[in-house]
Design a protein around this ligand. Structure first.
Ligand SMILES: Cc1ncc(COP(=O)(O)O)c(C=O)c1O
Length: 426
């Protein structure tokens, strides 16, 4: 076929026929909201991660909120967290009436820099909240040492790192509590949802009691999530993407750079709004747990494919001018899952131009929307200097590495990136 150029979407949503089968079976059984799948999923997830108690909620952020609440801290106590992570984290800390204290991150991974934690500990510090970003675990040895030495609770945000390991232990098992996201597009989805894991019986009982008080997700929101998930799955198959979303994205980019972000991305808010928690406070439905249970069988395979694809990118692009590469699998104590392949430009002022050129070449990339959280609207003049976050904010580009992409697709992506780099930075 002459003139045909396959396009590659930024992310993929992975669903299989067996997931749709689970959906249909659960609908016909009438056990959409309550049923045995939730219990089975809890058991299997607990075994997979290696933790005793598992609770299900409607999102990771609700999980993080309930976990912090379960720490039973006093108003004004301090929680240490990375200055570069999901925007919801400092909001959650504030809504628990606690004080967020930021620590700068490591430039290569974007994860909290453990070497900078101790200088932020005061007599009010009670907990550390960390995010394992892009499927790469934080440096847990040092973090655990600090928490143990100072009697701090540890909360792990594992929304981007399901299945990642540090020294043979899965992330989520190091802290007092670990939270995971089952949002559409994550390593494993339940058409939305979140999982809380802990080895602490009392904490799990408290959290379970709070969850029991919550309303169930309503049928309309559930249908919306399922339809959104199925449409996203279809549109992120490279061939379908090539003939549907991709031409549309090209038109948007021609009209105005950045229009795509407005349409495709979550509305990132840095406002501490009291309805923030109320709006996400729902139980997870049995049908969601059923799909997640089925997906759990495939998550290691998909993670491995993503990791291999990330290695191809790192290998082929290593000599390319203008790029700062992440090299997956460098450290033997880590098992990374390469949830996203993060690429940075040496000259961050050319990020939007780079994206525009790549889109012309058929590669849709997302500019990571993680922010310098010390600038949140509701935090008045956060003290401190966070030089590394400046190097990352708006300069982490998520390159396609989804499990449906084959070796030759990855090589094709690399050739096109190299071509653009030769034009822009040659
Ligand atoms: C690092 C990180 N933490 C937390 C969250 C929140 O997850 P959820 O959307 O399930 O609340 C996300 C979501 O993308 C995330 O990437």
């Amino acid at each position: 076929m002459t003139g045909f150029k396959k396009a590659f979407p930024r992310h993929s949503v992975e669903l299989r026929l067996s997931d749709l089968n689970v959906l249909l079976k659960t609908i016909f059984s009438g056990k959409i909201f309550k049923g045995k799948e939730s219990k089975k999923f809890k058991e299997k997830f607990g075994n997979y991660i290696g933790e005793k108690y598992v609770c299900l909620v409607q999102s990771c952020r609700l999980g993080l909120y309930l976990s912090l609440k379960a720490f039973n801290l006093k108003k004004g106590d301090e929680v240490i967290l990375p200055v570069y992570t999901h925007y919801s984290l400092p909001i959650i800390v504030k809504l628990c009436f606690l004080k967020p204290i930021f620590v700068d991150v490591e430039e290569d991974t974007g994860n909290i820099n453990p070497d900078l934690i101790e200088e932020k500990i005061s007599n009010k510090t009670r907990a550390v909240l960390i995010s394992h970003l892009n499927g790469v675990p934080c440096r847990m040895k040092k973090i655990m040492e600090i928490c143990d030495k100072n009697g701090l609770k540890l909360l792990e945000d594992c929304a981007q790192s399901l299945g990642a390991e540090y020294e043979g232990e899965k992330v989520g098992t190091f802290g007092t509590v670990g939270c995971f996201s089952l949002r559409v597009g994550k390593a494993l989805t339940g058409f939305g949802g979140g999982v809380i894991i802990t080895g602490d019986k009392e904490i799990s009982e408290n959290i379970s009691a709070w969850i029991d008080e919550l309303p169930m997700i309503n049928i309309l929101s559930l249908c919306k999530e399922i339809i959104y998930g199925i449409i996203s799955f279809l549109l992120t198959r490279p061939l379908i993407f090539t003939f549907t979303l991709f031409p549309f994205f090209q038109i948007l980019e021609t009209l105005k750079s950045g229009l795509i972000d407005g349409l495709t991305e979550e509305n990132v808010s840095t406002k501490c709004n009291s309805s923030f928690i109320k709006d996400i406070s729902y139980q997870m439905a049995n049908i969601q747990a059923g799909v997640a249970l089925n997906q759990l069988n495939k998550v290691d395979f998909w993670n491995q494919k993503r990791f291999e694809n990330a290695q191809i990118l790192a290998h082929f692009l290593q000599q390319t001018k203008g790029l700062l590469l992440y090299k997956p699998g460098r450290k033997k104590e880590y098992k990374e899952v390469s949830y996203h392949y993060p690429l940075r430009l040496k000259d961050e002022t050319r990020v939007f131009l780079f994206r525009k050129y790549l889109l012309k070449e058929g590669i849709d990339i997302k500019i990571d929307d993680l922010l310098d959280l010390s600038r949140c609207d509701f935090l008045n003049n956060v003290k401190g200097f966070f030089p590394k976050v400046k190097a990352l904010e708006k300069n982490v580009l998520q390159i396609p590495n989804s499990p449906v992409l084959k070796k030759k697709d990855m090589e094709e992506i690399c050739y096109r990136i190299i071509h653009i780099c030769n034009i822009l930075f040659g």
